[in-house]
Design a binder for this molecule. Structure first.
Ligand SMILES: Nc1nc2c(ncn2[C@@H]2O[C@H](COP(=O)(O)OP(=O)(O)OP(=O)(O)O)[C@@H](O)[C@H]2O)c(=O)[nH]1
Length: 387
């Protein structure tokens, strides 16, 4: 019988905040230490672009086309069990969708810890500093509330993308984060460039004070999920704290409805739209679920290369309701393929050399946008080139 306890890290944070960026840093750190990491990736879209970024050689359980926190929540414990049994990893990182409520994930891990030796070490929420600041100034919207919930549930906060804000703004957000979650150390970062070792063991050396300046005081212990404690114990503490801090209902007996809807490398039709969530006959007792039922995704598969400038123009004119897009593209006017990222109005293209078969595809995530409008524009881009 295997007596090993598998440490687990949950990465939370709104769409495009930098979770995958942090995950890749974790993975290289673990590999350098000679450890074998495994990951659970959850995407609301139907393709796993992040899997490509994080490393194709890392054992991965993909949970696609749904949000881990409710519609496919019950799959999480079975995915974890399978991953542990099959790969016997030294450590597991779970990257939730950007719209997941992490309290629900804690619940799933608690369930899993009943029959698996897992140890939840940290629930890390990555915050896009500029995005949060903007929403805070507007003081409304479901996205703002969801970010708040993700921040409140964290044991550690990465205040990311500080390269895009001013120093005084950083101090302002810092105060806000401390108000929402007084327990979690706050680590400011650009591109999630953090002291991974310190962070993983709950020793965050670069915590800032309220002025946004590094305190340099060294060490702050991770607040709740202390290293070495068993998940069931740690989780109950996290739960009660989260429930109090967030003022949310914690109901361990709540009736969840797993749809078993995850797909492994399925072939999908181009014309696919995914709404989160199909509440239809579901008897949800949690109000959390309302926090992201407005989010939808649309996946477009390209049948031919498009012009890069025309594509960039199309992206720059995306409706504001599309707040995240990512994909893999071949352009007619360049020789290589590109990984494409769009998050909070910032675009990024990285040259890639994909291994194996990877389709040209872009996933769009947002609220109430018109799928057919995007589809027509993308088709026009394709036809423009080959018309
Ligand atoms: N300017 C800036 N860009 C960043 C920073 N961190 C990450 N990015 C970029 O932001 C985009 C999204 O980063 P990801 O790490 O994929 O974000 P994510 O949270 O995993 O996104 P989802 O999985 O879609 O929710 C990428 O283009 C990153 O290169 C940062 O600190 N500053």
């Amino acid at each position: 019988m295997d007596h090993r306890v598998t440490p687990i890290y949950i990465l939370s944070g709104f769409l495009g905040s930098g979770k995958t960026t942090l995950l890749t840093r974790f993975i290289s750190h673990w590999k350098q230490q000679g450890l074998k990491p495994a990951i659970v990736m959850n995407e609301i879209g139907e393709v796993n672009i992040d899997g490509y970024i994080a490393g194709q050689d890392v054992p991965t359980a993909e949970m696609l086309s749904g949000c881990i926190c409710c519609s496919i929540r019950s799959d999480l414990s079975s995915e974890l069990a399978l991953l542990i049994q099959r790969e016997q990893p030294d450590v597991i990182a779970i990257e939730a969708t950007g719209v997941a409520n992490p309290v629900e994930i804690l619940d799933a891990i608690a369930e899993a810890s009943l029959y698996m030796k897992v140890d939840l070490k940290q629930l890390i929420t990555v915050v896009d500093a500029g995005h949060l600041l903007e929403l805070h100034r507007e003081q409304k919207g479901k996205t703002y509330r969801l970010m708040q919930e993700q921040i409140r549930a964290a044991t550690l906060l990465i205040l990311n993308k500080i390269d895009r804000i001013q120093d005084h703004e950083q101090a302002e957000i810092h105060q806000l984060l401390t108000r929402w979650n007084p327990y979690a150390p706050i680590v400011p970062a650009s591109h999630c460039d953090v002291d991974v070792e310190a962070l993983l063991v709950g020793r965050t050396a670069n915590v800032v004070d309220g002025t946004g300046q590094g305190s340099g005081s060294g060490v702050a212990e991770s607040s709740v999920l202390s290293a070495g404690s068993q998940a069931a114990v740690s989780l109950s503490a996290a739960r009660s704290r989260t429930a109090t801090a967030a003022g949310s209902q914690w109901n361990p007996d709540a009736d969840h409805h797993g749809q078993g809807g995850h797909n492994h490398h399925n072939n999908h039709q181009q014309d696919h739209e995914h709404h989160h969530h199909d509440h239809d006959s579901h008897d949800h007792k949690h109000h959390h679920h309302d926090s992201h039922d407005h989010v939808m995704s649309y996946t477009y598969y390209f049948s031919r290369p498009v012009n890069s400038e025309a594509f960039e123009r199309f992206i720059s004119e995306l409706p504001r309701d599309v707040y995240r897009a990512k994909g893999i593209l071949t352009f007619s006017d360049t020789n290589s393929r590109f990984l494409f990222q769009y998050a909070y109005r910032e675009t990024d293209f990285t040259k890639i050399t994909p291994q194996g078969e990877l389709p040209d595809v872009v996933v769009f995530i947002g609220e109430h946008f018109h799928k057919s409008g995007l589809e027509q524009q993308l088709q026009a881009l394709e036809n423009e080139e080959h018309g």
